[in-house]
Design a protein around this ligand. Structure first.
Ligand code: NAD
Length: 413
């Protein structure tokens, strides 16, 4: 056709051809665009696939994080699951009791005013559908629906309860009345966390539940000792007059992780002093005796008592008795500390002997402590070491200190 380009026919053909070529170009261009679009589409598809798998990964990670966030919890049927209130549940004993009851599958409500307790003790349950934390002072009435009440709210160590004796009295009297009133209203069973301090400086050794005690009603410890004694009296008045089901645990010295660093009790004092290379301070000659139980033993005893038919008081403690000096030596050795032992003047009204008679608990609850002293102490030492690390880097590290008697008005009245 090109060779005939000079003829008229040839010229027309050339114009036709040019048009065809232009159309071909347009077609090629359209093809290019379509190819480009299709490769775009493929990449978008890939992107979408990638995004989908990324989202899936995130979802799986979030779900696994979410489900692994809580310690494992048993499933209990509606019939077996109880709604349980623990007053003072953010404290040392209360938080371990919370762990046990949550893991057993119950619904737990912790009520605490955080006087000596802290959120950190129960933070691993926050958000769980079976758990609730209420910031509330038991001196004020509380209106909730529950089946069982473990009434633990009260400062427990001498420096803490002597810090504000009036508040300690109010918590143990008005607070206990409020909880008994709640138990009566909703038909709940109430367990009172009483104490071996109701025996005072005992003349009977070991102390059994039928011993009435030897308490100085106006001494520095009276706000706690007499507060708990009247709390017990209130429980039995409500039982007799109103038919409220009560359980009374007389708890002897207990130790373990989550004890307060600066609560002034002998185990925490000695561990902290040994870890920090300071002298271990022994009040008096060190010949006074104590018997310490590990916290998991106590928690098992509290649950066994709550679910038993025993309404009279029951001692919960470890009868293995040691002198304070023996404790100081043992803790020093377990920590591997070079600290000295320093003797200070005797504390007022410090009981000389303390050892529970636990025959009743053994017989009626089939309960006795099982954690050996050294094993428990090692766990407590590990906890205190971690706490010191946590609080390092110029943060406040509490030192064991003697009880403070406040002058003038106090904050917590
Ligand atoms: N730990 C022991 O060796 C021991 C021995 C005998 C009896 N107990 C009793 O066991 C219970 C728990 O003792 P712990 O060693 O866990 O003490 P803790 O101080 O660690 O716990 C007590 C809890 O009660 C809370 N609380 C105090 N006053 C309150 C109030 N007015 N309203 C609401 N919450 C309040 C505190 O904030 C804290 O969380 C106490 O009743 C104590 O008397 C303990």
């Amino acid at each position: 056709i090109w060779s005939r380009g000079t003829s008229a026919e040839g010229g027309a053909s050339i114009v036709k051809l040019r048009r065809m070529r232009e159309q071909a170009y347009v077609l090629l261009w359209v093809c290019d665009v379509m190819q480009l679009l299709s490769s775009f589409q493929t990449s978008i598809q890939h992107c979408e696939e990638a995004t989908t798998s990324l989202t899936l990964c995130f979802a799986l990670a979030a779900r696994s994080l979410f489900t692994q966030k809580y310690p494992p919890v048993k499933f209990l049927s509606e019939k077996d699951r109880k709604r349980i209130l623990i007053t003072g549940g953010a404290g040392f004993v209360g938080s371990h009791l919370t762990d046990k009851l949550m893991m057993d599958g119950h619904e737990v409500t912790v009520v605490d005013n955080f006087f000596t307790g802290r959120k950190r003790n129960v933070e691993h349950w926050i958000g769980h559908e079976n758990f609730e934390l209420i910031n509330h002072d038991v001196v004020e009435p509380l209106y909730i629906e529950v089946d069982q009440i473990y009434h633990l709210a009260s400062p427990a160590s001498p420096p803490n309860y002597m810090y504000n004796p009036i508040k300690t009295l109010k918590t143990n009297t008005i607070g206990t009345l409020n909880m008994l009133g709640l138990a009566k209203r909703v038909g709940a069973r109430l367990l009172l966390a009483s104490t071996s301090e109701v025996y005072g400086d005992p003349e009977v050794h070991p102390q059994s539940e039928d011993y009435w005690g030897h308490v100085n009603p106006i001494g520095p410890r009276a706000c706690y000792d007499e507060g708990k004694r009247v709390a017990e009296t209130m429980c039995y008045a409500y039982m007799k007059q109103e038919g409220v089901e009560v359980r009374v645990a007389r708890i002897f010295n207990t130790f373990g992780p989550r004890m307060h660093m600066n609560d002034g009790r002998v185990v925490s004092n000695f561990i902290l002093q040994a870890l920090q290379g300071e002298p271990l301070t022994v009040y008096g000659s060190g010949s006074q005796t104590r018997a310490f139980q590990y916290v998991s033993d106590l928690v098992n005893g509290l649950v066994a008592l709550m679910n038993s038919n025993v309404s009279s008081p029951v001692n919960l403690g470890n009868p293995e008795e040691h002198t304070i000096l023996e404790f100081a030596q043992l803790i020093k050795n377990l920590v591997g500390s070079g600290s000295e032992i320093q003797f200070l003047s005797e504390a007022q009204d410090d009981p000389q002997k303390r050892k529970p008679d636990i025959r009743k608990a053994k017989m009626m609850l089939a309960w006795e402590p099982v954690v050996p002293l050294e094993e428990g102490l090692n766990k407590a030492i590990h906890y205190f070491r971690k706490e010191l690390e946590y609080q390092a880097n110029n943060q406040y590290i509490p030192k064991p200190k003697p009880a403070r008697i406040k002058k003038g008005r106090t904050r917590h009245n």
